[in-house]
Design a protein around this ligand. Structure first.
Ligand SMILES: Nc1ncnc2c1ncn2[C@@H]1O[C@H](COP(=O)(O)OP(=O)(O)OP(=O)(O)O)[C@@H](O)[C@H]1O
Length: 268
């Protein structure tokens, strides 16, 4: 296991932003965290990296784990006279050949001399990815990497992530708002709303009542429920059987402190 969180809770001041989260990331897998605004996605990522302390529970990382992190926001001052090439040597100096190889790998060869502040959104995301890859990460962590990209740009970026995973064997942990665009590129999806609402393959999560309620998608119909109930293993889930006739509610953010998961459960 590369990263493991057990019963993780995180506070921001008085507010419990995450409660009772169990999470694991295994080598080579692509996991996407989805959830509405303010559901704690970035907080989870930051806690897993060690940038936020756990209020309760534990986060364990494999010793010496190399993490390549692409943060959600990186404000570049429009007047900043920094080239792409120089940026790639921060914080660790890399050779021109390494820099160019990384740029070529992410589909933006020759961008080195360009001022960082003048790149398009898609180019900038690729440069951030190139910089993360230069550290030969075992885990690539990307917080909403396609924010501001259009649909083709987003699809192309996820294809690139998939290629990088295939080539390097790095595990990938991503945050996204939109499950559907990441479906093809994710092995596992964790749906978050202050706690883990549901978790599983993209197919299972997209059909899960918790996910559908959270994103206002309705119940998904009897077939979706059937798939949800039967597609995954409920070992250890005794006493939480699914009742397709029962109403399913989304939980208002911040009012919950139960441990949910690891599979899609319903509250009693
Ligand atoms: N440094 C901070 N201090 C206080 N509260 C914070 C801090 N960072 C985040 N929060 C709060 O914690 C909650 C979770 O924020 P977080 O950024 O993890 O959500 P998110 O799911 O990533 O949201 P989004 O989709 O909008 O990026 C929010 O209510 C937010 O206001």
């Amino acid at each position: 296991m590369l990263i493991r969180a057990e019963n993780l809770s995180v506070r921001h001041g008085e507010a419990v932003v995450l409660a009772g989260v169990d999470f694991t990331l295994a080598p080579g897998e692509i996991v996407t965290v989805v959830g509405p605004n303010g559901s704690g996605k970035s907080t989870l990522i930051r806690a897993l990296i060690g940038l936020e302390p756990a209020a309760t529970g534990t986060v364990t990382r494999a010793p010496g784990l190399r993490i390549g992190y692409v943060p959600q926001k990186l404000h570049i001052d429009a007047g900043l006279p920094m080239s792409v090439r120089r940026f790639l040597s921060l914080p660790k100096r890399v050779s021109d050949a390494q820099a160019e190889a990384a740029l070529a790998r992410v589909g933006v060869p020759g961008l080195g001399p360009r001022p960082l502040a003048r790149l398009s959104g898609g180019q900038f995301q690729r440069v951030l990815l190139a910089r993360a890859l230069l550290g030969a990460p075992q885990v690539l962590i990307l917080d909403e990497p396609t924010q501001g990209l259009d649909q083709p740009g987003t699809a192309a970026f996820y294809r690139l992530i998939d290629e990088v995973r295939a080539e390097t064997g790095a595990a990938v942990l991503m945050v996204s708002h939109d499950l559907h665009v990441v479906m093809a590129a994710s092995d596992r999806v964790v749906c978050l709303n202050g706690h883990v609402c549901c978790e599983g393959t993209p197919k299972v999560v997209s059909a899960a009542p918790e996910y559908r309620a959270l994103f206002g998608l309705g119940t998904g119909g009897a077939f979706a429920l059937y798939r949800h109930v039967h597609d995954h293993d409920h070992e250890g889930d005794e006493g939480h059987g699914h009742d397709p006739a029962a109403p399913h509610r989304a939980h208002p953010h911040g009012t919950h402190a139960h441990v949910h998961g690891p599979e899609c459960r319903h509250d009693a």
